[in-house]
Ligand binder design. Structure first.
Ligand code: NAD
Ligand code: TYD
Length: 338
């Protein structure tokens, strides 16, 4: 593969991936296709917009004609699909756009990939498609049954099924990655970790849903990106790869860690009404990708979280920028009943 189409490359993980590809694969051309929704931001690509191996296309994966034109124009031979509506809370208040982008958008990409002979299609999926675990259940393997619980995870699971169907029916070379919760630079502060950092720095309360004992398995975003690259280059067609760092933390533990790192006390914690249908626990068994592709995370949770807090503190103008405007209205409505 020489010319890679990265969709959603102005969002959190996509931007980190584009930065990695342009830094670590100098022989590749990266075409970054992003609709720049509230979650996409060209500042996430600062220092890379002028890179000669990078072309940005302001495009929507719901627009099949534009995908087709872009693939032809740039002789695309690989697609990595990050583009998605990605926030569970938003999928509860408005599921429609999740189906349009995550399902129909993925179908458009698959149709174009099949028709135009793209060599490999990588679908960036999530552990949330497996549903929720009880405290003593085994971590998700690639064989765990799909049982999504939120409109977000249902839309991601539907997309995964389409990717599988295109492989099975049309022989499209495709791979699927299913990762656990990511943290790191450029994450939009509606998600738990940057939301906490953003609130703590302003002495604002942290809304903890329910009892705060829900468990997530945290992975540093750079390590998710390195796993995606490994699967893109060496994964076996038709296979699914789970990605995770085996760092299970309760939400309240995570909040307390962040308060400690930022030197604030627990009075900022505010327990609020639980998310409807809130998944209790996610955990990833990553033995397939570690054994078959030799991938492993580069940092421990403690190292990754310290680097992340440091990044947000050094980039407070980024936080100020992305939290101005529409996001502030959404946040006020969600948490402050304004
Ligand atoms: P994000 O919300 O930060 O970014 C999504 C990006 O997609 C944005 O740049 C947005 O502008 C773009 N986009 C949205 N709709 C689009 C459309 N119709 N056409 C083109 N671009 C569009 O999301 P993220 O956290 O970076 O997640 C990226 C992918 O990784 C998603 O598919 C998500 O399901 C998956 N994932 C995320 C996590 C996580 O912890 N964040 C974990 C596992 C998997
Ligand atoms: P989130 O970052 O939205 O990711 P996901 O729901 O995809 O796992 O949330 C992580 C966890 O934090 C999840 O259990 C919900 C919880 N949470 C809160 O307690 N308060 C909040 O304000 C948010 C956004 C999330």
């Amino acid at each position: 593969m020489k010319n890679i189409l990265v969709t959603g490359g102005a969002g959190f993980i996509g931007a980190n991936f584009v930065r990695m590809l342009l830094s670590e694969r100098k022989n590749l051309k990266v075409v970054n296709f992003d609709a720049l929704t509230y979650a996409g931001n060209l500042e996430n690509l600062d220092g890379f917009m002028e890179n000669k191996n990078h072309a940005f296309v302001h495009g929507d994966i719901r627009n099949r004609e534009l995908i087709e034109k872009t693939i032809k124009e740039h002789k695309i031979d690989g697609i990595v699909n990050f583009a998605a509506e990605s926030h569970v809370d938003r999928s509860i208040s408005g599921p429609g756009i999740f189906i349009e982008t995550n399902v129909t958008g993925t179908l458009n990409l698959l149709l174009c990939a099949k028709e135009l002979g793209v060599k490999r299609f990588l679908q960036v999926s999530t552990d949330e498609v497996y549903g929720s675990l009880s405290p003593d259940e085994e971590a998700f393997t690639e064989e765990t049954h799909i049982k999504p619980n939120s409109p977000y995870s249902a839309s991601k699971a539907s997309a995964d099924h389409l990717v599988h169907a295109f492989h099975h029916t049309f022989g499209l070379d495709s791979v699927i990655t299913r990762c656990s919760n990511n943290y790191g630079p450029y994450q939009f502060p509606e998600k738990m970790l940057p939301l906490c950092i953003n609130n703590i720095r302003q002495d604002k309360q942290i809304p903890v849903y329910g009892d705060g004992m829900q468990i997530r398995d945290w992975l540093y975003v750079y390590d998710h990106c390195s796993a995606i690259l490994r699967v893109l280059e060496n994964g076996e067609s038709g296979e699914v790869y789970n990605i995770g760092g085996s760092n299970e933390k309760t939400n309240i533990e995570l909040v307390k860690t962040l308060l400690g790192l930022l030197g604030k006390d627990e009075s900022l914690i505010k327990f609020v009404k639980d998310r409807p249908g809130h998944d209790r626990r996610y955990a990833i068994d990553n033995s397939k990708i570690t054994n078959s592709l030799g991938w492993k995370p580069s940092v421990t949770f403690e190292q990754g979280i310290a680097k992340t807090v440091d990044w947000y503190l050094k980039n407070q103008s980024w936080l100020d920028h992305v939290t101005s405007g529409d996001y502030q209205k959404y946040y006020d409505k969600m948490y402050l009943n304004k």
